[in-house]
Design a protein around this ligand. Structure first.
Ligand SMILES: [Zn+2]
Length: 114
């Protein structure tokens, strides 16, 4: 069954969470973290396409999830993402993963942690 997510990207901060998955847009995501020896090692976060190559919707969603990809021309991003059935978002610690996975799933992506 396809899950429909409400789009609240343009909404004010008081906008309620997504009915489908409970994700609430507006939280600040930390993409960089200072190295700390007390933290457990980070885990790899990947996006898996529904097919061999990403759909247009998946490309758009990944560009919303990963700021670096939003900066690149669409054709370049499509070529890069189509090289593999999965895309490595990066390595993140637990508290970062939770927010990124929730955001990615809300955007309609299949998120994989390894
Ligand atoms: Zn949602």
């Amino acid at each position: 069954m396809e899950v429909r997510h409400s789009t609240n990207g343009m909404a004010p901060a008081e906008e309620p969470s997504c009915d489908a998955c409970g994700y609430h847009e507006g939280g600040e995501i930390l993409y960089a973290l200072p190295n700390s020896p007390s933290l457990p090692p980070p885990k790899q976060l990947l996006v898996r396409w529904t097919g061999k190559t990403p759909t247009a919707a998946e490309v758009a969603a990944v560009r919303q999830l990963v700021p670096d990809l939003a900066q690149k021309p669409l054709a370049v991003v499509v070529r890069e993402l189509s090289n593999s059935e999965r895309f490595l978002v990066g390595a993140y610690h637990e508290f970062e993963l939770n927010e990124l996975v929730a955001r990615g799933r809300h955007l309609g992506l299949e998120m994989v942690i390894e």
